[in-house]
Write a protein that binds this ligand. Structure first.
Ligand SMILES: *[C@@H]1O[C@H](CO)[C@@H](O)[C@H](O)[C@H]1NC(C)=O
Ligand SMILES: *[C@@H]1O[C@H](CO)[C@@H](O)[C@H](O)[C@H]1NC(C)=O
Ligand SMILES: *[C@@H]1O[C@H](CO)[C@@H](O)[C@H](O)[C@H]1NC(C)=O
Ligand SMILES: *[C@@H]1O[C@H](CO)[C@@H](O)[C@H](O)[C@H]1NC(C)=O
Ligand SMILES: *[C@@H]1O[C@H](CO)[C@@H](O)[C@H](O)[C@H]1NC(C)=O
Ligand SMILES: *[C@@H]1O[C@H](CO)[C@@H](O)[C@H](O)[C@H]1NC(C)=O
Ligand SMILES: *[C@@H]1O[C@H](CO)[C@@H](O)[C@H](O)[C@H]1NC(C)=O
Ligand SMILES: *[C@@H]1O[C@H](CO)[C@@H](O)[C@H](O)[C@H]1NC(C)=O
Length: 841
């Protein structure tokens, strides 16, 4: 009797008490009951979304204040009320029933064989994985990580096994309030060389690109080597193909998901602000969308802001008219008189490419790139080749060859790999000639520049004299030919034929209307060379107008030539000049208007700084680096900015940095274009020693200023603030660096949780390399840009930086009216005047 009673008591306990992270075989879980993972990060039970009454069963973050569901069991079959119950079926499957009395489950774990073990339990692991296992032998039968919904948690695998046909894919929700299966799926494609593809329905929407050995080639923002927090590993064996993302710091709360509108995103939880922060999100830009440029086209955002498609070497638009109308759906086709598999064939090499869809590529991991080339050359159907892995352990490895149409290739600014396209001799010559054509054009530009500069010397002399006289204002309105705004209507093949861009001219009337007759309240600032106004064109476009001093005697033609040159500089990280207005004595430059303020407003302000998380700062640093690289090297001119500083970096509404005030020098007149100048302009704190003291400038003086910028962004402090006899910012950092305490310099207001200390220290290291005293020790911009994607262990140690003491350095300056230095507390940089030198390569 007693024994029976104890047994029943025990049984009763089993029935009612839910032992924190486990459901026993004989137990059931009713609506309202929860189980928690060890550590209580995750909870499992019944829930509803928003105002909906529908009940779902799933796993969510228990410690995160915002309801964040990471897994839903019955996503397609919810319950209508709270009478649902979870229990094991007689065959040992964990099932959800609509009520206690129903026998047909709404959802089941569907393990095919019967599980007889009485010690079977369902346990929520600390990682957020619901596992069916034998609690004695720990043998597992089923886990929720094998059946993900829209989210991937750290340590979860995505991908498939070759034997039992298991495929772990992410499927988006239908809408934020409805977890039923949506239209987007994210999975590893089984054919060819593995890659992950985001599908919209059945149609590829975005592609990660293949595994580079280190990361997905199409996710440059993914954790890099040397990052100590995120780590991904890719497995491609006879048994399975999968990717596992891990975090090494268990306190970081992070998840990756496919959202309802087709974005793959990684989030990290910012506990102090109680919100999720987007760590990376793709697709990011139009070139990311699958096959944006059609068959055999490739997408190159560096050529033009508005039409990014080009045919691969050896190909031409299939329907040229459609292509001109920017309809790329017809794609490109092999030029019909190209000789394929003829004599003297070779390859055209494209750099920084996300290689085309590898699901149609042949792969051989055993041969080298050289052998790959030979193999491709011997096989007449081979159209292109590339190495399979180009990063990671052991460097480049393997061989990929394509034997048909190629889809979805694109160019990156600073990642991607070399890609070799088969072409005949004529085509290879054509591509090589493009290079030399450009060189010839540059030589022409250099010659005309030198001529222009000589003219300018005379002009600026005259300018100074004229300024001294008090000048009567005269104004007439000779109307010049109206120009078009559409300066980007260019395609590569047109450019090859040598057509020059038209100079975009604005009519004075247009500008007067846009700025409300230069109304005072439209004034953005006042610079040494005239005021800057905000304006709105008739079509709604916002512009910033820099109105140059009227009394300059610079000739119209020279001015136009200037503007022509500068308007060709187009880069995502440069403020764009839209054109100019030259009528009678009015000379105005028209820029795109950027609503956000300049970088100094964000990094030197306590409130703004706290908002600016590390990933954003990193993006800003990289953006500036790319902008400078373009000025130094990638544009057709070589341009030395000479006044890089936080107030000359504007931020657009997506916080993309844009370098402003480049290329003005020759408009305002500089005496010399190369090597040295006797008029030093610039800003204290950002000027390299050789430039500040001797007037020598080079690309390395910009590198110096960039180094200071990095250090300022990391620390949130100004370098130029002097403390008598004490060290300035660079000096302080150098001091701490040598004591191995450099981590102390990091902005205290920056959220500590979500940055990767190694990455921050890498930036400090790069910053210190850039501010080294000796210009020849400093890296050039291509090296700087590549450093960001390399391990800091490979960098040389920095040598002593320049200007570490707070004492003021004497700067030669023979034009104190220029207003170009020091920048003071000016936060609106549109009115900062900068002189910059432009000279041909
Ligand atoms: C919930 O209600 C809908 C509509 O009345 C019905 O079709 C569905 O079967 C119900 N679901 C359950 C689990 O009872
Ligand atoms: C379930 O069955 C019991 C007895 O068989 C009955 O009392 C109860 O009302 C039933 N519940 C439901 C929701 O049908
Ligand atoms: C379980 O199997 C049934 C029948 O094969 C299927 O309809 C159901 O969708 C499966 N459930 C899950 C959760 O896989
Ligand atoms: C893999 O991609 C190719 C080309 O996009 C497609 O034909 C094939 O159906 C895909 N396979 C899977 C399993 O999605
Ligand atoms: C998905 O992510 C994108 C990019 O962050 C965002 O613009 C969009 O609003 C998100 N969609 C939903 C439904 O949250
Ligand atoms: C192909 O033929 C066209 C016209 O016959 C000619 O203009 C073009 O230069 C040729 N292209 C090549 C690559 O031979
Ligand atoms: C590649 O090399 C490995 C070891 O050298 C060998 O076992 C394997 O069979 C080779 N694979 C191919 C496809 O040649
Ligand atoms: C060329 O390569 C393709 C794909 O790898 C292969 O199917 C074909 O047999 C090769 N042809 C020759 C002649 O080797």
């Amino acid at each position: 009797m007693k024994i029976v009673f104890i047994f029943f008591f025990f049984f009763y306990l089993l029935q009612s008490c839910i032992c924190d992270n486990t459901i026993m075989r004989m137990q059931s879980l009713r609506d309202g009951d929860l189980i928690f993972s060890e550590g209580k990060r995750f909870a499992f039970g019944f829930f509803s979304l928003g105002v909906s009454k529908l009940r779902y069963v799933g796993i969510w973050y228990a410690q995160v204040s915002e309801q964040t569901v990471v897994w839903v069991a019955n996503r397609d079959r919810p319950m209508n009320d709270t009478s649902g119950v979870i229990r094991f079926s007689s065959r040992g499957n964990l099932c959800i029933y609509a009520s206690v009395n129903t026998t047909e489950p709404l959802w089941s774990t569907n393990v095919s064989e019967s599980i007889v073990e009485p010690t079977l339990v369902a346990r929520l692991s600390a990682l957020g994985n619901l596992v069916l296992l034998d609690s004695v032998t720990e043998k597992g039968f089923w886990e929720s990580f094998d059946h993900p919904t829209d989210s991937s948690l750290p340590f979860m695998r995505l991908g498939f096994t070759r034997k039992d046909g298991l495929d772990r894919i992410l499927t988006s929700w239908k809408s934020p309030g409805d977890p039923s299966s949506g239209t987007f799926t994210f999975r590893i494609n089984r054919t060819g060389f593995p890659q992950m593809i985001l599908y919209k329905g059945m149609v590829p929407w975005w592609r990660t690109g293949s595994w580079t050995g280190l990361k997905w080639s199409g996710v440059p923002g993914m954790a890099r080597r040397g990052s100590s927090i995120f780590h991904s590993s890719f497995v491609n064996t006879e048994d399975e193909v999968s990717i596992t993302n891990r975090v090494t710091d268990a306190s970081v709360i992070t998840r990756m998901m496919v959202n309802e509108t087709g974005y793959v995103q990684r989030f990290t939880w910012v506990a102090t602000e109680k919100r999720w922060n987007v760590f990376w999100s793709v697709p990011k830009e139009e070139c990311d969308y699958y096959a944006h440029c059609g068959l055999n086209g490739y997408c190159d955002p560096t050529i033009s802001a508005s039409f990014v498609c080009t045919c691969l070497p050896g190909f031409e638009p299939k329907i040229p008219r459609d292509w001109l109308l920017r309809d790329t759906s017809g794609g490109c086709t092999q030029k019909n008189n190209a000789s394929i598999c003829g004599e003297k064939e070779g390859f055209v090499k494209l750099k920084r490419v996300k290689i085309p869809d590898t699901s149609v590529a042949s792969v051989d991991m055993n041969i080298t790139l050289k052998e790959c080339e030979q193999r491709c050359l011997r096989n007449c159907s081979c159209v292109a080749y590339a190495s399979a892995y180009h990063e990671g352990e052991g460097g480049a490895k393997g061989c990929l060859t394509w034997h048909g149409d190629m889809l979805d290739a694109r160019i990156y600014m600073d990642s991607g790999q070399d890609f070799y396209i088969r072409a005949d001799r004529k085509e290879i010559e054509r591509w090589n000639k493009n290079g030399s054509l450009r060189k010839r054009r540059v030589i022409f530009i250099v010659t005309s520049l030198i001529a222009a500069v000589m003219l300018l010397t005379v002009i600026s002399f005259c300018f100074v004299r004229k300024r001294r006289k008090s000048n009567r204002r005269r104004r007439s309105s000779t109307i010049l030919a109206p120009g078009s705004l559409d300066i980007e209507d260019q395609f590569r093949f047109e450019e090859d034929q040598g057509r020059e861009w038209e100079l975009p001219l604005f009519e004075l009337n247009t500008i007067v209307t846009a700025t409300n007759n230069f109304a005072f309240r439209n004034k953005l600032g006042e610079g040494g060379f005239g005021p800057v106004y905000k304006g709105v064109l008739e079509n709604g476009m916002e512009i910033a107008v820099k109105r140059l001093s009227k009394n300059s005697c610079q000739g119209m033609e020279e001015f136009k030539n200037e503007v022509k040159l500068i308007s060709k500089l187009q880069h995502r990280n440069l403020v764009r000049m839209l054109g100019c207005c030259v009528e009678s004595e009015e000379k105005m430059l028209v820029y795109e208007y950027l609503p956000n303020k300049s970088l100094d407003y964000f990094i030197f302000d306590e409130e703004q700084r706290a908002e600016l998380a590390w990933p954003k700062r990193m993006e800003i640093i990289c953006g500036i680096a790319r902008g400078i690289l373009y000025l130094h090297q990638d544009s057709r001119l070589r341009i030395i900015h000479r006044d890089l500083k936080a107030s000359n970096v504007l931020l657009d509404n997506e916080m993309i940095p844009k370098i402003a005030d480049f290329g003005m020098a020759r408009i305002f007149g500089g005496n010399q274009i190369r090597g040295s100048t006797n008029r030093v302009v610039g800003t204290y704190g950002y000027m390299s020693p050789e430039y500040a003291m001797e007037g020598h400038f080079s690309v390395k003086s910009d590198v110096y200023s960039f180094g200071v910028l990095i250090l300022e962004i990391v620390t949130g402090k100004k370098n130029s603030t002097f403390h008598k006899e004490s060290l300035n910012l660079v000096g302080q950092i150098w001091d701490l660096w040598n004591k191995d305490e450099a981590t102390k310099v990091v902005d205290k207001l920056m959220n500590q949780k979500i940055y990767d200390e190694n990455e921050v220290m890498k930036c400090v290291h790069i910053g210190l390399l850039c501010v080294q005293e000796n210009a020849s020790d400093r890296p050039d911009m291509p090296s700087v840009v590549s450093m960001f994607s390399h391990n800091a262990n490979d960098f040389p140690p920095p040598k002593h930086p320049a200007f570490t003491s707070g004492r003021k350095t004497h700067v030669k300056n023979d034009d104190s009216t220029s207003g170009a230095y020091p920048s003071g507390e000016n936060s609106n940089s549109v009115n900062d005047i900068t002189l910059t030198d432009v000279h041909g390569r």
